[in-house]
Design a protein. Structure first.
Length: 203
């Protein structure tokens, strides 16, 4: 990406080719595909974390981007590994799963060959999904994680955005959630209408 007008491919990695982990595009009894959904890197761009659906999060050494090498992967048990995020210090990885009742998992990844599961993040039992997603299978599923300092933020579909304190990553503590009311939903057309200057006003 040194020249953003002409990005050049310098290397690549495939679980099918490099790990001999291949599955058909669909399989009975659930989504067992091995595919890359999203990718993040550490700050130095020497390691890549691939959300590899059924395989969990695959960790690669990309210090030589022409020859990515496999270091290890998480063993989630849930499948549908959708997104991940590194917390400050880069030894704690947040991993989310896009499937019915998917839950975030917290991993210790200082030794990428042996990621250690620290905790599964759960909302208080009395909280129920709502809003536009309430009738969907993914209403109570987690989409994306983000973190700053000791706090983790999860986009939780019908549950809204959930905030957890991970001062002790083995014991995530729920803090609060934000779920906008239905009346706050803004369509693209209504947003343009609100942004347009009144008739006769100078723009």
């Amino acid at each position: 990406m040194s020249n953003p007008r002409k990005p050049a491919e310098v290397g690549g990695w495939s679980a099918c080719r490099d790990l001999d982990e291949c599955t058909p595009l669909s399989a009975p009894g659930g989504d067992h595909r091995h595919l890359v959904h999203s990718v993040i890197t550490n700050a130095a761009a020497t390691r890549a974390y691939l959300s590899y659906w059924r395989l969990g999060t695959v960790i690669l050494d990309i210090s030589d981007p022409t020859k990515p090498s496999y270091l290890g992967r998480t063993e989630t048990g849930q499948g549908s590994a959708h997104s991940s995020w590194l917390m400050r210090g880069e030894s704690i990885l947040l991993e989310t799963h896009e499937l019915a009742h998917g839950r975030p998992v917290i991993w210790y990844v200082a030794d990428p060959a042996h990621p250690a599961k620290l905790a599964t993040v759960r909302l208080p039992a009395h909280l129920r999904p709502g809003g536009a997603y309430s009738g969907l299978a993914l209403a109570d599923s987690v989409h994306d994680p983000k973190a700053t300092g000791r706090y983790a933020y999860f986009s939780w579909y019908g549950q809204g955005v959930a905030l957890f304190d991970l001062k002790n990553p083995r014991k995530p503590r729920f803090v609060t959630r934000f779920r906008p009311p239905r009346s706050a939903t803004v369509t693209a057309s209504s947003a343009r209408a609100r942004a347009a200057p009144p008739s006769g006003a100078s723009s």
